[in-house]
Design a protein around this ligand. Structure first.
Ligand SMILES: Cc1ncc(COP(=O)(O)O)c(C=O)c1O
Length: 428
C-alpha cells in the first residue's frame, strides 16, 4: 500500500493519472462536427441560416413554442426582464448568490434588485425568503440553478403564483437539467441560457431565451431584434418597423442578434447534450456517492430528490470550523496530491458586495436606486443575506470530469480527498 504521508509533506501523490485527468476535465472541446458546421455556414448561400436552425432545435428540445437566440446570456436575461414588463422603479427579486450579470440588466432597466438568500446546501433561492421580500412593486423573480443544482421550483412557483409574479429561470448553469422530469427553463415563465465558452452547451459566446408566451417573445423582439418586428402578431409592436410604409425602422435600443457561426457551433453542441450530460452524471455521481461517505468536514455537492442535476462545476463545502484547518491549507494539500482543487473565488461572492450598491449612483446622482420613480428605499448592507455570505467561504471546487475516463482515475480522486481528510491533524 502506498504511503499515507501527504504529498505536501514529501509523500507520494494520490492522483498519478495526470494526463488522463487533464483530458477528462477539458471543456469545451470542439470536434470535426463543429468545424464542419462553421465551414458549411461560410460556404453556404445564407450565412444567417444557423440562427433559425438553432432556435428551431432549441425550442424542440425543450418542447416550447419560442426560442430567441441572443448574442450572450446577459442580453437574453435583459430581454426577459423587459418582456415581463420590468421598468423604472420596479423591483426584481434575485439571488444574492449568482453571477453579477443576472442582476445588472435589472439596473439597466432602471429597476431595483432585491436580493434573496439561499439554502446552505446548494445555494438555491430560499422560497420563504422570496416571500418575505415581495412588495407591491415586485415585477419578477429571477431563479438560478446554481452550478447545475435545480432550485425548488414547486415551492418557488407556489409563492410566485400566489402573488401573480412571473418567474424567470436563469439556466446558464443547468442546460439539460430536469425537475420532476421537466427540463429547466420550461418551469417558469421564461428560461434564459448563457451559451458562453464554459457552459454545457456553448456557442463560445451566445445566449437563448425560451418561452411559451407569445407576448413575452414579442416584447423580447422589440427590445433587441428589430428585424423580427415586421413578423410579429401584435400591431402594438409591429408598428415600429413597417418596411412597406414610408417610415424609419426602430426597436427599443439594442441589437442582440447572435453571431451565426456561434449559432452553428451551439447547434452541434445541442445535438450532443444528452449524451455528454450522461457521461458527466456517471462520473460525478460516482464521486459524490463516494465522497459523501468520508467525513462531515467535507460535503460533496447536493442533488435534491426529484431533480436530475447537471455538472457545470463541482462545488463542495468544506467546514473549516469542524476541521480545525484553514480552507486554503486544505486546498493546498489537495493540490499537492495532484488534484487541482480551487477555493475562494470559485464560489460567488454576494452580488451586493460591490461599491455600486454602496454608492447608489450609476448614471447620475442617485440613479436608479433613489430616483423619483422608486417607491421605497432598498439598501444593501453587509449581513443582508447571511447564507449567501457564508456559502462562498466554504467552497472547494474539484474538476468536473466531462468525458469518459477510467475507474482508476475516479478512485484516485476519491483517494486524494480521503487521504487529506485522514491527515487533518498533521495539517494543523
Ligand atoms: C448565472 C449566470 N447568469 C448570466 C450569465 C451571463 O451570461 P453571458 O456571459 O453569456 O452573458 C452567466 C455567465 O457566466 C451566468 O453564469
Amino acid at each position: 500500500m502506498a504511503s499515507d504521508k501527504l504529498a505536501l509533506l514529501g509523500g507520494p501523490k494520490a492522483v498519478t493519472r495526470q494526463e488522463e485527468l487533464k483530458a477528462a476535465a477539458r471543456w469545451p472541446l470542439f470536434g470535426e462536427e463543429e468545424k464542419r458546421a462553421v465551414r458549411e455556414t461560410l460556404e453556404g448561400g445564407n450565412v444567417y441560416a444557423p440562427i433559425a436552425e438553432l432556435e428551431r432545435d432549441f425550442a424542440a428540445y425543450h418542447g416550447v413554442r419560442f426560442a430567441l437566440a441572443h448574442n450572450n446570456g446577459t442580453s437574453s436575461i435583459h430581454s426577459a426582464y423587459f418582456a415581463v414588463g420590468v421598468g423604472p422603479g420596479d423591483e426584481v427579486i434575485t439571488s444574492a448568490y449568482t453571477w453579477h450579470l443576472q442582476v445588472a440588466p435589472i439596473l439597466a432597466l432602471h429597476a431595483i434588485p432585491v436580493f434573496c438568500d439561499v439554502d446552505p446546501k446548494a445555494a438555491c433561492l430560499d422560497p420563504a425568503d422570496i416571500e418575505r421580500k415581495i412588495s407591491l412593486r415586485t415585477k419578477a423573480i429571477a431563479v438560478l440553478h446554481p452550478y447545475g443544482a435545480v432550485a425548488p421550483m414547486d415551492e418557488i412557483l407556489a409563492v410566485a403564483r400566489r402573488y401573480g409574479i412571473p418567474v424567470i429561470e436563469d439556466c446558464s448553469h443547468a442546460h439539460a437539467a430536469t425537475y420532476r422530469g421537466r427540463k429547466v427553463g420550461t418551469l417558469g415563465d421564461i428560461g434564459c441560457f448563457s451559451l458562453q465558452a464554459s457552459k454545457l452547451i456553448t456557442a463560445i459566446e451566445g445566449g437563448m431565451l425560451i418561452t411559451d408566451r407569445e407576448e413575452y417573445y414579442e416584447r423580447a423582439c422589440v427590445l433587441g431584434h428589430y428585424e423580427r418586428i415586421p413578423q410579429l402578431k401584435s400591431e402594438q409592436y409591429r408598428k415600429y418597423h413597417q418596411p412597406e410604409r414610408e417610415q424609419a425602422p426602430s426597436c427599443f435600443g439594442f441589437k442582440y442578434r447572435i453571431h451565426p457561426l456561434a449559432a452553428a457551433i451551439a447547434r452541434v453542441q445541442l445535438r450532443h447534450v444528452d449524451e455528454w450530460t450522461a457521461i458527466r452524471r456517471r462520473n460525478m455521481g460516482y464521486l459524490t456517492e463516494r465522497l459523501r461517505e468520508l467525513s462531515a468536514v467535507f460535503e460533496p455537492p447536493y442533488e435534491a430528490s426529484g431533480t436530475e442535476r447537471v455538472w457545470l462545476n463541482y462545488i463542495c463545502q468544506y467546514h473549516e470550523e469542524r476541521a480545525g484547518v484553514p480552507r486554503e491549507r486544505f486546498i493546498e494539500a489537495l493540490r499537492a496530491e495532484g488534484l487541482p482543487a480551487t477555493g475562494g473565488r470559485t464560489g460567488y461572492l454576494p452580488v451586493y458586495w460591490n461599491p455600486l450598491y454602496e454608492e447608489r449612483s450609476m448614471w447620475a446622482e442617485g440613479y436608479p436606486f433613489d430616483a423619483s420613480y422608486v417607491s421605497r428605499k432598498i439598501t444593501y448592507q453587509r449581513g443582508l443575506c447571511p447564507e449567501a455570505e457564508r456559502f462562498w467561504r466554504r467552497t472547494v471546487g474539484l474538476p468536473v470530469l466531462h468525458w469518459e475516463c477510467s475507474q482508476e482515475l475516479r478512485d484516485e480522486i476519491v483517494a486524494a480527498v480521503a487521504k487529506v481528510l485522514r491527515n487533518l491533524e498533521v495539517l494543523k
